[in-house]
Design a protein around this ligand. Sequence first.
Ligand code: COA
Length: 258
Amino acid sequence: MSIKTATLNGVATIEIARPEKKNALTIAMYQAMADALHAARADGAVRAVLMTGQPGIFTSGNDIEDFMSRPPGGGSDGMDSPVFQFMRALIECDKPVVAAVTGAAIGIGTTMLLHCDLVYVSDEARLAMPFVGLGLVPEFASSLLLPQLMGQARAAEKLLLGDPFTGADAVEYGIANAVLPAGEVVNHARRIAERFNGLPPGAVRDAKKLLRGPQAEAILKTIRSEGELFAARLRSPEAMEAFQAFFQKRKPDFSKFA
Ligand code: COA
């Protein structure tokens, strides 16, 4: 299993641990993270959740092998797939979720940060949402939230061109709270998560709901429309070319597509 979980001092930690594949997320890993979030929510001793990765890598995003062989969506089970279950559990989690971005956060690695409450980024991290370059579209309300956070022009750089950005940029855009030296980011995020032990859980829960509430419906609506396009695009010849190019370690050739 490439997801490690542990609960210590009121904090449920979900650690992505598949360093040999740069923490690429498989179907089983999404399911494990969804289960861990549900368990954290149900456990009265848990006051906050900490999401983290490995030194130098938070996650390289969805496992591209899975995208090719077992793409989510496309059938009636699209919205029930493990990736949707994980993101839904994250979005609906009524306890604070703190992220320690230990390194590169690509694709859903950046998308998920938009749905965490507090985000701390290593000074070595790069964030990127290279969906279009993979023949795909933005996902999980990033097409709604990114323009709101950073403005339409900069969101187009990140979502159309797939330009990477730094932790300092993420702080400037309002995606992250602070940049920390790589060796300190997890401990810092953990100390922040532990602060919820000293706060009244009911008030935290209600305040989190208020912070997220006004957008909740628009977010779910956007996730549905993005999800339909994403599922269709996963099966497109453009995406196939991009995925094959990744594994053949070459640049994709989109010149034949109109
Ligand atoms: N899915 C499946 N396998 C992945 C992966 C992914 N998202 N990201 C990395 N891997 C695998 C590589 O295929 C490689 O496997 P191999 O050792 O069997 O050849 C291994 O992890 C190491 O990756 P590599 O690319 O050699 O490491 P790197 O340090 O040069 O680059 C990244 C790291 C994260 C920049 C690079 O792996 C990358 O760009 N990954 C894909 C990111 C992406 O497009 N994600 C999808 C977003 S929707």
